[in-house]
Design a protein around this ligand. Structure first.
Ligand code: UDP
Length: 378
């Protein structure tokens, strides 16, 4: 069967944040390897340009349209409403055969809703994640549930994600278990790159210590909770001089302030600017322990077989915990303090991870998703 636009299917892919670039890049590259079948239209929402564009360059992506949606102090509702109106014009102009969105951002929801209204099929990458609490993480949990209702094709990273989709009434033939493309990106980054000079120097400076890598910038952690958690980590560092922390601090002023306040005068705490993907992956690969509230890091830790404490109340990635690579800290800063001490004194967790298998796939998600797209569209 022929498609609606001549010889090739036009696939419009939408990305606006770091994880969207990391997880969509392997799919875009796999699509671009098939120019006889697919034409790609790569669209960024243009939020947080300073963080995003280095990622776009590092992943060698071509940007066809930048919606330039960023405004200072933007809220998810403003992002969503402005994205819908910009995307409606764009979809009308570009006439894609399929729109691809990833994950749970407000831009992804806008992309899916606009596709639905204009009767353009939507494919959802990393479909079927659920925390079980519609208000936490906010608004991501509701965004991903709504995208499930709007999408036609669902690319589930794991069997658990696929089972969730089925339990919510998504038809079996619309679900593909593809693995998570973050694994493709991570493997590619480790193979293709070396750490930059500044990261190499940083890693050398801490090479005789246990490296603790920290990231924290999620909205639900903001305020006293974030400050208290960081203070517990600072106490831990003061007690253990053979541990060195590296914390790439997100530019959000709330995070900057909490980090400066908590780690002031702590000599084994290194607060640095956010790293590009290559450097971040090299940093994680050297970690003794990772402490993070990030979603993507929950997939990267089992891929690298590194221990991770998840700084969240719940997780939509229970596979990371079941694999043995991650433990959920929950809301109590005191629990974080006791988990850190326990890990320091027992010291066997890394060893236990050597034989785990990766629940997020083997690095072929991009290819799997493109094969599925081709058969769906035909
Ligand atoms: N990351 C990065 N540099 C950093 C911190 C994080 O490249 O300094 C990457 C990390 O590898 C992960 C992604 O950014 O895959 C996670 O982004 P974030 O925590 O912003 O989003 P989430 O995954 O929670 O949606």
């Amino acid at each position: 069967m022929n498609n609606t636009n001549g010889n090739t299917y036009r696939i419009l892919t939408l990305f606006g944040t770091r994880p969207e670039v990391i997880k969509l890049a392997p799919i875009i590259h796999a699509l671009e390897k098939r120019p006889d079948v697919f034409a790609t239209i790569n669209v960024t929402s243009g939020q947080h340009k300073d963080i995003l564009y280095p990622f776009i360059q590092q992943f060698r992506l071509r940007v066809d349209e930048d919606l330039a949606l960023h405004q200072p102090h933007q809220k998810p509702i403003n992002v969503c409403s402005r994205a819908i109106s910009a995307l409606a014009d764009l979809y009308e102009r570009m006439k894609p055969d399929l729109v691809l969105v990833q994950g749970d951002t407000s831009t992804a929801l806008a992309g899916a809703l606009t596709g639905f209204y204009l009767k353009i099929p939507v494919g959802h990458v990393e479909a079927g994640l659920r925390s079980g609490d519609k208000d936490n993480p906010f608004p991501e949990e509701m965004n991903r549930r709504l995208i499930t209702r709007l999408a036609r094709y669902h690319f589930a990273a794991t069997g658990t994600n696929a089972a969730t989709l089925r339990s919510e009434g998504v038809a079996e033939e619309q679900i593909v278990i593809s693995g998570n493309p973050v694994v493709d990106s991570l493997q590619w980054a480790l193979k293709e790159s070396r750490p930059s000079d500044s990261t190499k120097t940083l890693l050398q400076n801490v090479s005789d210590k246990k490296l603790l890598v920290v990231t924290s910038h999620r909205r639900e952690s903001f305020g006293d909770l974030m400050l208290e958690r960081l203070r517990r980590i600072a106490d831990f560092l003061r007690r253990h001089e053979d541990v060195a922390m590296v914390f790439p601090v997100h530019p959000n002023p709330v995070v900057q302030e909490a980090a400066q306040q908590a780690f002031q005068g702590v000599t084994n705490a290194n607060l640095i600017a956010p790293l590009d993907y290559f450097d971040f992956i090299h940093l994680l690969s050297q970690a003794w322990l990772i402490v993070s509230d990030s979603g993507g890091v929950q997939e990267e830790a089992p891929t690298l077989k590194k221990p991770l404490l998840i700084l969240r109340e719940n997780t939509e990635r229970p596979e990371a915990v079941e694999s043995g690579a991650a433990r959920l800290v929950g809301p109590s800063p005191q629990k974080l303090a006791s988990m850190l001490e326990e890990l320091y004194s027992s010291g066997t967790w890394s060893e236990e991870l050597k034989s785990i298998s990766n629940p997020f796939g083997s690095g072929d998600a991009g290819k799997n998703i493109v094969t599925a797209i081709e058969s769906f569209l035909r």
